[in-house]
Design a protein around this ligand. Structure first.
Ligand code: ZN
Length: 189
């Protein structure tokens, strides 16, 4: 009987590990030849779209600089639960952390809070006959998505963000500690 109870959580852990390794998400949107990209430089950018077009992948450019929207449920980042930081795929500005990500069911990666007050900026968007608030990167002013007021506590906000303009980097150290703790808990139980 005891063995059975030990096997079930192990199977769950193995399944989770396999799943989390399947989509290649870490750094997937990291630009290769983008001189403006930095995870640490917070200097505001004022780069012409013609220059962005030269250094950004076409799908990133379309969403970020032409205010496009990716197909719902098309981003592997929508469902991942890994610990880490989400950066702007255009300029590298830190935007969100995984702790504030939640499953909204809307088909795009959703967060209830940006990483800091200045990491994003807000602009009224009245296109398509709707009254919405556009969310842009606070450093490069790229279009990220929209924010709605039907999110979970503590903010009640839902930042609905196109996955293609997010560059996710896993928190390796934090994850290792978490996994060790998880194994210890299992041994002790
Ligand atoms: Zn940016």
């Amino acid at each position: 009987m005891k063995r059975f109870f030990l096997l079930v959580p192990m199977a769950a852990v193995l399944q989770f590990c396999t799943y989390s390794q399947t989509p290649k998400t870490t750094g997937m949107n990291s630009p290769k030849n983008n001189p403006h990209y930095s995870n640490t430089d917070s200097t505001k950018l004022n780069v012409a779209d013609t220059d962005w077009e030269k250094v950004l992948p076409a799908d990133v450019y379309r969403v970020a600089r032409e205010k496009g929207t990716e197909r719902p449920w098309s981003s592997p980042l929508e469902t991942i639960k890994d610990k880490g930081t989400y950066y702007c795929a255009v300029c590298g500005n830190p935007l969100f952390i995984s702790d504030t990500k939640f499953e909204s069911g809307c088909g795009w990666p959703s967060f209830y809070q940006p990483i800091s007050k200045g990491s994003v900026i807000y602009t009224p968007d009245n296109t398509y006959g709707m009254t919405r608030t556009e969310v842009q990167c606070g450093r490069c002013k790229s279009h990220l998505g929209h924010v709605f007021d039907d999110g979970p506590p503590p903010t009640g906000l839902r930042y609905c963000i196109n996955g293609v303009v997010l560059d996710f980097k896993k928190a390796q150290e934090a994850e290792k500690k978490f996994q060790n703790q998880d194994l210890k808990d299992k041994k002790n139980s």
